[in-house]
Design a protein around this ligand. Structure first.
Ligand code: UD1
Ligand code: MG
Length: 462
């Protein structure tokens, strides 16, 4: 017997509402996509607690380092979100191409190929003057190829993410995996779209012209976007709810940007932004369900699988939606975190295995975590570290009996920087502050994007 609880009611109604929206009488693919988002939310929400123990049994678990007694939690639970998402995207195909899938023939098993028709709507007309033919000739194969390449790319990233969670691949190797996963995407981009030109700022247009063709370099840039989007989420992590939380905020920001195009009827970029929405709505569904379990105090970890998967969803949407440069505006905290991390990532300052904040069991709060310096820093580095500490950009600790020798520095992550300036915080408050920063910088970026673009480039594409 299934008990009637508030949670079960919410799940059942989101499931039923989801089904209703999928088969909406208006046959709108966007409404169907919203329905799939609700459906994928309920399915993921139900599956995670049921499958968690099986993950632990095969060794996929991790210790929550910011809790008393470090409880063991199932790891890689983002794999469930990713699988539900991928299946959802398969089921969505007929709904995305619904208007093209109605095969109209003259009967008797004829496919009537060879007749020309430009609009599938015409083919369903009752007029006897218009030849009634198979709509297959009009089917947008390039659109389907684009969609399938997106799915293939996400599948590859999923496989590589699971491999990382299973084998804990070394950083120097796993850093480039997303570039491999993005190959199907880049090939379809080349065959189908092929635009490698970028706009030149208005002041340089007299010298360089309105656009510059980057050629092959543009493909390198797109692979770099895939590498960045995936890894930057993975290194902005270590606090309950942050990996999923930041991904949800980024997805909402991209959706808000998409909506600006959608409410502009006849805009040439509407199709690209609709495509972005089709990919993001179900992603939000599976992510919200995951967040319910990963939020403080977490009942599961999302794993590198989720970080890579989420980052790749954004890269796919940005590349195939032709707004990869705008996309980066929604990653301001991640870009900052990466640049700020460079001294540790490139070995200038010691980089411990975990740079997450330190849990103080007495207060129950998170504090700045520290990296032990193996030797006193060189003079120039000592000077630099002290200046940065004065500016509250890092914290330093000196020898107890000699304040001239720096022995520890705060780990250089945006998470620690927040604690350096705000003091110790409870884990969920810290996640909320970081998500609020993500939202704030993203909203400012959208506003600037659509107001400054016309100043810098001479026109905005809205
Ligand atoms: C990245 C970061 C690392 C950070 C880690 C946290 C870099 C170069 N690497 O490494 O500094 O500590 O992510 O995910 O910046 N964990 C918690 N609470 C959480 C999330 C994770 O305790 O809310 C711990 C668990 O023990 C979990 C482990 O972190 O098992 C997962 O770490 P993993 O994703 O393997 O670390 P990396 O991605 O390699
Ligand atoms: Mg990780």
């Amino acid at each position: 017997m299934i008990a009637i609880t508030r949670q079960n009611l919410v799940l059942t109604s989101s499931f039923l509402l989801g089904v209703g929206l999928i088969i909406n009488p208006a046959q709108s693919a966007l409404i169907s996509s919203l329905g799939f988002a609700l459906l994928s939310y309920s399915v993921t929400y139900v599956l995670i607690p049921r499958l968690g123990p099986s993950f632990v049994k095969i060794g996929l678990f991790g210790k929550d380092l910011s809790k008393k007694n470090n409880p063991v939690l199932p790891e890689t639970m983002g794999a469930i979100s990713a699988i539900v998402y991928l299946f959802t995207m398969y089921f969505f195909i007929p709904f995305m191409f619904y208007k093209y899938l109605v095969t109209i023939t003259s009967g008797g098993g004829n496919r009537d190929e060879g007749l020309e028709l430009t609009d599938p709507v015409l083919s369903s007309s009752n007029s006897t003057d218009i030849p009634v033919i198979s709509a297959s000739r009009l089917f947008p194969h390039n659109k389907l190829a684009t969609y399938l390449s997106a799915i293939l790319c996400l599948q590859s990233m999923f496989v590589l993410g699971v491999a990382d969670d299973l084998f804990d691949i070394r950083w120097r190797n796993k850093f480039f995996l997303p570039a491999i996963a993005s190959i199907p995407l880049l090939i379809v981009y080349y065959v189908d779209f092929g635009v490698t030109k970028v706009m030149v700022p208005a002041i340089l247009q007299v010298y360089l012209g309105e656009t510059v063709d980057l050629g092959l370099l543009y493909y390198g840039y797109m692979a770099a976007v895939a590498i960045f989007c995936t890894n930057c989420i993975n290194i902005y992590a270590g606090v309950n709810g942050l990996e999923v939380g930041q991904s949800i905020v980024i997805a909402l920001l991209i959706l808000a940007n998409d909506t600006l195009y959608l409410i502009n009827p006849g805009h040439p970029a509407i199709e690209s932004h609709l495509f972005s929405m089709y990919l993001l709505l179900p992603f939000l569904g599976v992510s919200f369900a995951l967040l319910r379990y990963n939020w403080w105090p977490a009942k599961c970890f999302v794993g590198d699988t989720y970080c890579y998967f989420a980052g790749m969803v954004f890269a796919v949407v940005g590349i195939l939606g032709h707004f990869s440069k705008t996309l980066l505006l929604f990653f301001i905290p991640q870009i900052f975190n990466f640049v700020y991390s460079v001294p540790q990532l490139f070995g200038l300052v010691v980089c411990p295995r975990h740079r997450m904040p330190r849990f103080n069991a007495k207060t129950g709060l998170l504090e700045v975590s520290r990296a032990d310096l193996v030797a006193p820093p060189a003079k120039w580095l000592d000077f630099l570290l002290r200046i940065l500490a004065k500016l509250r950009l890092i914290a330093i600790w000196t020898k107890p009996d000699d304040d001239k020798v720096i022995v520890q520095v705060s780990n250089m992550t945006a998470i620690n920087l927040c604690l350096v300036n705000m003091g110790p915080l409870r884990e969920d408050r810290l996640t909320m502050v970081l998500m609020a920063v993500q939202l704030f910088t993203g909203v400012v970026a959208i506003v600037l994007r659509h107001s400054l673009a016309s100043v810098i480039f001479g026109k905005d594409n809205l």
